[in-house]
Design a protein around this ligand. Structure first.
Ligand code: FAQ
Length: 312
């Protein structure tokens, strides 16, 4: 088949809802877009372990500590599935990690904000995992098989994460006035950065048209953000917390919650490396990579020894 026929066949398969698998023919641009998105997603999961990881030693009870430890480990596991999914496209995992450590790769803006109180752990589960579920439930229907299958598994775990977060939030919100104030403060700090997770407005999103045409994104950034707001407002009302947006109001005509404008200057500053914790997050990843060097070297030496023994 010549390339025009290959592209026609590929687009016909996408239109018919078929899943594209690693050994199938695909346009180079499709491979590049997916590698970009999946590797950014993998980095987000790994860097995303840091804000909550900081509270493992300070969890208020043994039950909370065990649950948080399991959640943070889950995020590490998600990163590993996603690096594997990127490898099915021909990417080299160590190159992807080098790009992250060199500050050349993007990861989700949300993980560049600090976790100042225990209530932040609840709010991250509720908002950040909640937003991730909205986005990833859509990606579970993406046209690339390894990515969509990873998303199905990841979403199941994110659902548990969201529930444990909302339970912390509900407990604090129904607690003493000081506990209620602590969780309201966390909500006030995390609300807007959580809305930024969905990316720029559709009109300002350079990648969306191509991703939608190829069935990678089934819904736009703005559609998913609206879905998250509509889902979260009643949850906040149920636990007597307010969302920090004076423009928030129900629109009966659309059956949606109207919300105010995001601070896009802040969004661009954070994704370009100048958020409250960007430097700290990258340094923590560089230190972890350096501290793990002996493990990688030992594993490589062991594999080389096994090969020598098999050859002998
Ligand atoms: N942060 O053209 P678009 C989680 C970049 S996982 C940083 O709209 P696209 C689990 C974008 O990359 C959270 N950068 O881009 C968890 C692009 O840059 P480039 C991560 C952002 O790809 C919970 C440029 O702006 N989830 O939370 C952001 O069509 C708790 C133009 O934007 C995923 O990665 C941002 N918020 O749409 C873990 C899901 N938004 O590459 C631990 C997969 C945009 O052209 C604890 N990814 N940018 O230089 C996606 O769904 C999409 O990539 C979007 C962006 C929606 C993030």
């Amino acid at each position: 088949m010549d390339e025009t026929a290959q592209i026609e066949n590929f687009e016909r398969r996408i239109a018919a809802g078929e899943s594209i698998e690693p050994k199938d023919w695909m346009p180079e641009r499709f491979r590049k877009q997916l590698t970009r998105m999946i590797s950014q997603h993998a980095h987000s999961e790994i860097v995303g372990m840091l804000p909550e990881g900081a509270w493992i030693t300070r969890a208020p009870t043994l039950r909370r500590k065990i649950t948080l430890l399991a959640k943070v480990q889950d995020e590490g596991g998600h990163g590993l599935y996603l690096y594997c999914a990127a490898e099915t496209l021909g990417a080299d995992r160590s190159e992807l990690i080098d790009q992250l450590l060199a500050g050349k790769a993007k990861y989700s803006s949300i993980f560049n904000y600090p976790t100042l109180s225990w209530a932040d752990i609840g709010v991250i589960g509720w908002f950040v995992d909640g937003a991730a579920i909205v986005n990833q439930t859509m990606l579970a229907k993406a046209s690339y098989g390894p990515y969509s299958r990873a998303m199905i598994r990841i979403c199941k775990e994110e659902n548990f994460h969201k529930k444990q977060g909302f339970e912390i939030v509900a407990t604090l919100a129904a607690g003493t006035p000081a506990q209620h104030a602590m969780v309201q403060d966390a909500v006030n700090r995390w609300w807007w950065p959580s809305l930024m997770m969905f990316g720029p407005h559709d009109a300002d999103s350079p990648n969306s048209a191509e991703l939608k045409r190829w069935g990678i994104k089934r819904r736009s950034n703005d559609e998913l953000r609206q879905r998250f707001v509509d889902m979260t407002v009643p949850q906040a009302q149920a636990v007597n917390l307010t969302l920090p947006d004076p423009e928030l109001r129900y629109n009966a005509a659309t059956d949606q919650w109207h919300f105010g404008e995001i601070n896009w200057e802040e969004f661009h500053r954070v994704i370009n490396g100048d958020g409250p914790c960007n430097k700290e997050r990258l340094q923590a990843r560089r230190d972890a990579h350096e501290n793990g060097r002996w493990v990688r070297e030992a594993a490589e030496a062991y594999a080389a020894k096994q090969q020598r023994m098999q050859a002998a």
